[in-house]
Ligand binder design. Structure first.
Ligand SMILES: Cc1cc2nc3c(=O)[nH]c(=O)nc-3n(C[C@H](O)[C@H](O)[C@H](O)COP(=O)(O)O)c2cc1C
Length: 404
């Protein structure tokens, strides 16, 4: 009985207001909608569907919603119809921020550079820590990346800084710098893709030098009263990749430079894309969506071999995330497999102040309100992952019959 009362207290606490880091930004509860690529753009500009999507999440009870993949420049896009942070996008994002605020939540955006994970034929250069074979872009004629120079690094830092300043100026409450999932900054962190023999390659101190410098510059540009979150891998999901020990090192450094919170995740989009999600690989739909016959054939022939599936388990990153929780003091956002009231309680008991969710909120944007009101105990999302297929069609959505 006493245990039950403690747990009820924890849930009540999760639904009460709290500040994120020392920025002064107050969320109405502990819950953050994790970035999921929405695919809701018209000619690369956020459309009404994107606004409605985030307003529904705000009305459904999240403390803060996160707009996904805000490419920091035209070259930072994974493909050429993706949104990037320019004057036109900022106009639409300003409306989005206003509408989310009116619906009672805060709003952040994920700032990203794809690095070599690109099939953006309009990119002037495909940049990465090293010259790398780009299997993802090879069929689009982008077979190799160029190793970045110091000048490329400075340009990219500048792009992140400008994007963060602009988003702050149009009313966003925070930004999240994407340092995970095998995108550019994660490519620097990972020994798989960072083959440099200068001060940016080798041990984790060197591999993290550029990503940390970039975050520090963004923080100093926007000021400590504007939260800068970082999405960071706990593990790349393969041997000889970025490890949990590396993650602990980088987390300590992020704490020193004033990062407001770290969103812990894992996986590497070009190698272990389902490590970060778990559940079924929706191969049929992915083949249908492939942009050329050659890509369809490659996926059909090699898909099952190259896209490894990982079984879903509730709170699948919790054991690794606890190791980071024990090592650092800054706010950590737990993410991965949160799908029930009981699961939420376990994360709170492990000392996490903030919790991010993706698929339960794609399935039902009102999931959190329903948990809070005691109407449900668990999400009905079954991790079919067909939402991944939908995001590349007409915008992310759940294909299951009924929400709730
Ligand atoms: C359809 C889909 C799209 C995603 N897009 C992104 C993305 O753009 N950026 C990102 O950091 N994570 C992305 N993710 C990963 C999620 O943010 C999250 O890490 C993952 O789904 C695990 O959380 P969950 O178990 O609550 O769904 C995506 C996941 C899904 C299912």
């Amino acid at each position: 009985m006493q245990n039950k009362t403690i747990k009820e207290g924890a849930i009540t606490n999760a639904f009460s207001a709290k500040n994120i880091g020392s920025s002064g930004l107050r969320l109405k509860n502990s819950f953050i909608k994790s970035a999921t690529f929405e695919g809701m753009y018209s000619d690369g500009i956020p459309n009404q569907q994107l606004i409605d999507h985030h307003v529904a999440l705000a009305k459904g009870g999240v403390g803060m919603t996160t707009v996904s993949y805000g490419a920091v420049s035209a070259d930072a896009r994974t493909f050429d119809t993706q949104m990037y942070v320019n004057d036109e996008s900022l106009k639409a994002l300003k409306v989005l921020a206003q509408k989310v605020h009116e619906a009672g939540s805060k709003v952040s955006i994920q700032l990203t550079h794809c690095g070599y994970f690109s099939k953006n034929k309009k990119a002037t250069k495909i940049l990465a820590p090293s010259k790398l074979f780009n299997a993802y872009g090879a069929l689009s004629g982008l077979a190799y990346s160029q190793a970045m120079t110091e000048s490329d690094m400075e340009h990219i830092i500048d792009d992140f800084v400008k994007a963060a300043i602009n988003l702050r100026s149009i009313g966003f409450d925070a930004v999240e710098i994407h340092m995970g999932h095998g995108y550019l900054l994660s490519q620097f962190l990972s020994p798989l893709t960072n083959k440099r023999d200068d001060v940016y390659g080798g041990n984790v101190i060197n591999r993290s030098r550029f990503p940390l410098r970039l975050v520090a510059k963004v923080i100093s540009a926007v000021g400590l009263d504007f939260p800068v979150l970082v999405k960071l891998n706990l593990h790349d999901g393969f041997k000889k990749g970025f490890s949990l020990n590396d993650c602990i090192h980088v987390s300590k450094e992020l704490e020193k430079i004033g990062c407001s919170a770290i969103v812990l995740s894992g996986g590497f989009t070009s190698k272990t894309p389902f490590y970060l999600m778990r559940g079924k690989v929706p191969l049929k739909g992915m083949i249908k969506n492939a942009s050329s016959i050659a890509e369809k054939l490659t996926m059909a022939l090699f898909g099952p071999l190259i896209i490894k599936a990982y079984p879903f388990k509730a709170n699948f990153f919790l054991a690794q995330a606890i190791k980071v929780r024990q090592a650092v003091g800054l706010d950590l956002v737990y993410l991965g497999g949160v799908d029930s009231k009981q699961g939420i309680e376990k994360i709170l008991e492990a000392g996490f102040n903030f919790i991010a969710l993706a698929r339960p909120l794609i399935h039902d944007p009102a999931f959190l309100n329903k948990i809070n009101q005691g109407l449900i105990e668990k999400s009905l999302c079954n991790r079919c992952n067909e939402c991944i297929v939908e995001m590349d069609r007409e915008g992310i959505k759940c294909v299951l019959d009924s929400a709730g």
